[in-house]
Design a protein around this ligand. Structure first.
Ligand code: NAD
Ligand code: UGA
Length: 428
């Protein structure tokens, strides 16, 4: 099929490339001309494992091309909308990019009025798909489908090719049939429903995952006081098939471009309808205070951080991505610098982006270098490079061998035996 994808960020580019891999003919559209030029030259503007190589292959096979102009997609039978829906000043989802994309689709349709499916993949408040269908009604032959995306950054391509489920919110059988052709070959359960249900499934999924994390982070605080180990507790809980093992890792809090913005957007949506989601409010509160709590633990060990060198390992909001949106590392760097600490930071990919926000920190190019002369080291993001380390060398180089493991990813018992002071999150 001929497909256009509006927005070539994490979701749009991954969607475009994975559809090309399925044999469709894809045109990726973005307002960012520099991005389009880079993509046309076979370079991915985002760091996402495996994406660069497949992008080159798809360009080589002429399965994908890029442009700033949607009007080049006159023959497209399906147009995906994958633009950002960031948090607006009031916490609601900012739909301005989506509105602009819909206008472009209306113009495209005026130039080439063919039967066409508009697929909204961006995460949008309940009612947006129905509103889009109403506003595009003058363009008859356009069907609007809500098809939320569940990929994770760091394994986006793998998730797009092996989705956990395909949710399709639609009000026409033709649209559903086109979606089935488009995704044929993907072995995932389908839920065909209303656009509103599809939209709420997306928000509810992210809110629930965020809730699991905050639940464990609160338990970690209790574990610290009780002298229990939250990693053993989560393991024991996760063996219950009703609970499952995923998203029970306590740490320095969740970050990223989605959980923070989607939880507040869902709260705002509920408030607009006169409903208070008290549990979700608490989830966000716990998440906001988790990095603060973590730094307080460090301050108990080093009451005066002023002038002390602290190593910070990992800056992206999670491993295997360059994305620093709402990364807990930003809050931790701010707290350390406010306390007068000298920060030496390492991240294999995201250091440059963080340096633009925190120019006073020192950025090293090898993980071990961050520990030199440090009074403590903090693991914020569990990149493999930040976990598998030469501990013998590090022990010799630190001023004080104090390790704060914000992801419970360093080998605590071994490190204690090797003479380090080790403190994880919620571990005795
Ligand atoms: P992003 O910021 O990485 O990419 C958005 C892209 O859209 C940018 O390249 C921007 O230049 C482009 N754009 C904006 N307005 C445009 C327009 N009018 N025409 C063409 N291009 C335009 O965003 P993202 O992280 O890919 O997220 C996109 C949507 O998908 C959001 O709603 C997000 O919540 C949702 N989502 C994201 C993820 C994720 O892991 N990042 C996962 C699932 C869902
Ligand atoms: C998340 C969801 O997992 C995706 O399904 C969804 O599509 C996406 O949001 C979205 O809507 O954008 P993502 O934000 O890429 O994906 O990353 P996650 O793996 O979910 O991690 C989010 C944050 O939670 C990270 O900061 C991570 O460190 C943290 N986390 C995750 C924990 O603190 N504990 C855990 O057990 C799991």
């Amino acid at each position: 099929m001929k497909v256009a994808v509006i927005g070539t960020g994490y979701v749009g580019l991954t969607t475009a490339v994975s559809l090309a891999m399925k044999g469709h003919e894809v045109l990726g559209i973005d307002v960012d001309a520099a991005k389009i030029e880079q993509l046309s030259n076979g370079r991915s503007p985002i760091y996402e494992p495996g994406l660069d190589q497949v992008l080159l292959e798809m360009l080589g096979q002429s399965k994908i091309r890029f442009s700033t102009k949607l009007l080049e997609a006159k023959e497209a039978q399906v147009v995906f909308v994958c633009v950002g829906t960031p948090e607006a000043a009031d916490g609601e989802a900012d739909l301005s990019y989506l509105h602009a994309a819909l206008q472009d689709i209306a113009s495209l349709h005026e130039h080439s009025p063919v039967e066409r499916i508009v697929v909204i993949k961006s995460t949008v408040p309940v009612g947006t798909g129905d509103w889009a269908a109403d506003s595009l009604r003058r363009c008859n032959q356009l069907h609007v489908v809500s098809n939320p995306e569940f990929l994770r950054e760091g394994c986006a391509l793998e998730d797009a090719l092996n989705p956990s489920r395909i949710i399709v919110g639609a009000d026409s059988e033709e649209a559903v049939a086109v979606m089935q052709t488009l995704y044929s070959g993907l072995s995932a359960p389908w839920v065909i429903t209303t656009r509103a249900n599809a939209e709420l499934i997306k928000y509810a999924s992210n809110a629930y995952l965020a809730a699991r994390i905050s639940f464990m982070n609160e338990l970690a605080r209790l574990s610290t006081v009780l002298g229990t180990d939250v990693t053993v507790v989560s393991h024991g809980m996760g063996l219950d098939s009703r609970i499952g093992p995923q998203f029970l890792r306590a740490g320095v809090g969740y970050g990223g471009s989605c959980f923070p913005k989607d939880t507040i957007a869902l709260l705002k949506l509920a408030n607009q309808h006169g409903v208070t989601l008290g549990l979700l409010e608490k989830v966000r509160e716990v998440n906001a205070s988790q990095p603060v709590w973590f730094i307080e633990q460090l301050a108990q060990k080093i009451p005066d951080l002023s002038g002390k060198r602290i190593a910070v390992l990992g800056l992206a909001f999670k491993p295997d991505t360059d994305d620093i949106r709402e990364a807990p590392a930003l809050r931790i760097l701010a707290a350390l610098q406010a306390a007068g600490a000298v920060v030496s930071a390492y991240d294999p990919i995201a250091a440059k982006a963080v340096a633009a926000l925190f120019p006073d920190a020192e950025y090293v190019t090898a993980p071990e270098a961050a520990f030199v002369g440090a009074y403590a080291a903090v693991l914020v993001t569990e990149w493999q490079e930040c976990v598998k380390l030469d501990w013998k060398l590090i022990k010799e180089q630190m001023e004080r061998p104090l390790l704060f493991d914000g992801r419970n990813a360093w080998p605590g018992d071994e490190l204690k035996k090797a003479g380090f002071e080790y403190q994880g999150v919620g571990r005795s």
